[in-house]
Design a protein around this ligand. Sequence first.
Ligand code: A3P
Ligand code: MG
Ligand code: MG
Ligand code: MG
Length: 321
Amino acid sequence: MAYETELAIAQKAVMAAAQLCETVRRDMVPEAMEKQDKSPVTVADYGSQAIICKALSEAFPGDPVVGEEDAAELKQPEMRDRLQQVTQFVKGVMGTVTPEDVTQWIDHGNGTPAKRFWTLDPIDGTKGFLRGDQYAIALALIEDGDLKVGILGCPALDLGYGSTGLLFTAVRGEGTYMQPIAGGDAKQVKVVQPGDAERLRFVESVEASHGNQSEQEAVAKAVGITQASVRMDSQAKYGAVAAGEAALYLRLPSPKYPDYREKIWDHAAGAIVVEEAGGKVTDMYGKPLDFYSAAKMNDNRGVVVSNGTIHAEVMSALQAS
Ligand SMILES: Nc1ncnc2c1ncn2[C@@H]1O[C@H](COP(=O)(O)O)[C@@H](OP(=O)(O)O)[C@H]1O
Ligand SMILES: [Mg+2]
Ligand SMILES: [Mg+2]
Ligand SMILES: [Mg+2]
C-alpha cells in the first residue's frame, strides 16, 4: 500500500488530538478566545495542533505543515494561564511536556506550501465545537500539487452507525475507509448511487454567514433535491457525502463577505475523502480546488461537493442562477 507510514502516523496523531478535544468538552465549558480576524479559537484548537505537529515533526522533519493556528498570541505574557491550560490538556494525552514544547509544536504549523507538505485544521468548525455540535480534525498530505492522504476525525459524528465518533481515511487510488474512533473495523465507503432517492439529500453549514443558504436551497431544488438541507458544522459534511448519507454539499460565497477566500485546511482532507469514495469536488465554476499555490485558494470561489453523478447538473443550475 502507498503512503502506509504517512497514513499510520497521521491517523494516530488525529486520534490523539480527538481524545484531547473530547476531554476539553467533557472537563470544561470551552471558552472562545478571539483571534485578530475576530474568529474564535479555544484551548482545544491549540492543543490539537500541538499534538499533531509534534508527531509530524518527529516522523517527517522535512515536511512543512500549513496549519490554521499559530502560537503568537498564546506566547503573550497575559496569556500565561491559557498556555498552562493547553499544556495540561496536552500532558493528559502524551505525558510530560512544557509550555515551551507546546508553543514550539504549534508554530511548527506555520509552514508554507512546498513540493510535499501537510495541511492541518486542528479543529474545523470551532463554532460547532463551542456549541456542542459537530467539528472535525482535518489533516492532509499534498505532493506535487495533488492530495495523496487525508484523515478526517469527526468525534461527534454518528451517521446512524451506532457509535459516536467516526474517522475517515483516504489514500489516493486506494479508496476511502470509515472506522469508529472508539475502536472497531474499518469499512470502505462509497458515495450515493444514482436512484437512491432517500439519500438524495444536501448538506450545508450551520453558520449562515459561511455560505449563501437561499441560493444553496435554490440550486438543490433545481437538481431535484426535495428534502430540506441537513445543516452540519465542519468537514463532517464531506464525511456525510463520502459515506453516501448525502449526495451534495454546497458552499456558495456569502453575500456578506464577497471577498472571502476558502482556506486549504478547510477542504483538503474532506476533498480526498470524498474523491476516493467516488465523488467529485470543484469550486462553483467547476474548477478544481487549488491546494498547492497558497493557504488561501485565491483563484477558487465557493465549493461544490457531490456524489459525481449529479455534478454536471449542479454546475448548469449554478450557471443559470
Ligand atoms: N465568510 C466565510 N465563508 C466561508 N467560510 C468561512 C467564512 N468565515 C469563516 N469560514 C470558515 O468556515 C469554517 C467552518 O466551516 P463550517 O461552516 O462548514 O463549519 C471555519 O473553520 P474553523 O472553524 O476551522 O475556523 C472558517 O475557516
Ligand atoms: Mg478558525
Ligand atoms: Mg476550518
Ligand atoms: Mg480550525
